[in-house]
Write a protein that binds this ligand. Structure first.
Ligand SMILES: [Mg+2]
Length: 235
């Protein structure tokens, strides 16, 4: 047994896959839609400040969650289930991973109420997931909480790197699948990166090796190719 599996990674190690939610599992960013349709006024000025570099992802997200109201949560959930479209091939990717014992965890900076509702409504209720929880203060305004041992990240809200390292320390090779700025830290840590949308540009600008994708069929092809080495060696 290798005493330092997190350092000496090889194709013989079992594969684990981490998947972002907004804009990755769903074809568009549901969190953005929640804010635009249900937040109290002020969210657009915060986005301007984010674009000017005055706020980072975590600052922006935390501010916007503070503009959500408890009394609108049920209506918000119903709306997001209605608009969420699951990216093509996701069901096949999950089915293959489950049947081959490859752990998959959804890692999202987006909020529990819509992430959970959309996964459940689309038949993915049993998928492991790590995402912040929205609680409400005494005035009914949202507060972002990291429950269940999740680590708060000062840059991107929920620390995806911490989730990844939990499995890497157990000897897994880790694949990350994502689309945007909340994945910026974790792609520098993953062994295999699949990137779409603005995450491709981030990877290109930082020189991070990645496989571009549009559907989960392409993700599944990589899982089959890279996961097979460990299965063959194990068998
Ligand atoms: Mg995303």
């Amino acid at each position: 047994m290798d005493p330092h599996p997190e350092i000496h990674r090889s194709e013989n190690q079992p594969l684990a896959v981490f998947v972002d939610f907004d804009g990755t599992i769903t074809t568009r960013d549901i969190g953005d839609q929640v804010v635009m349709n249900f937040a109290e006024p002020g969210w657009d000025e915060a986005i301007d400040r984010y674009r000017m570099g005055e706020l980072n992802v975590r600052d922006l997200w935390s501010f916007e969650i503070g503009l959500l109201r408890r009394e609108r949560e049920a209506e918000t959930v119903a709306h997001t289930i209605g608009i969420a479209e699951i990216r093509e091939g996701f069901a096949e990717f999950i089915e293959y991973s489950e049947s081959h014992g490859i752990p998959v965890e959804v890692v999202s900076s987006g909020m529990n109420f819509y992430v959970d509702a959309i996964l459940d409504a689309n038949g993915f209720g049993s998928l492991a997931r790590a995402r912040p929880t929205v609680e409400y203060d005494e005035h009914g305004f949202g507060v972002m909480v990291m429950a269940g041992g999740l680590r708060d990240c000062g840059m991107t809200a929920m620390c995806k790197c911490d989730r990844l390292w939990r499995l890497r320390r157990k000897g897994f090779r880790v694949m990350f699948v994502g689309d945007g700025v909340s994945d910026e830290c974790v792609v520098s840590q993953a062994d295999i990166v699949l990137a779409t949308s603005s995450l491709r540009e981030i990877c290109e600008s930082k020189g991070i090796d990645h496989v571009p994708f549009e559907t989960f069929h392409e993700v599944l092809d990589v899982v089959k190719a890279r996961g097979a080495a460990a299965s063959a060696n194990a068998g």
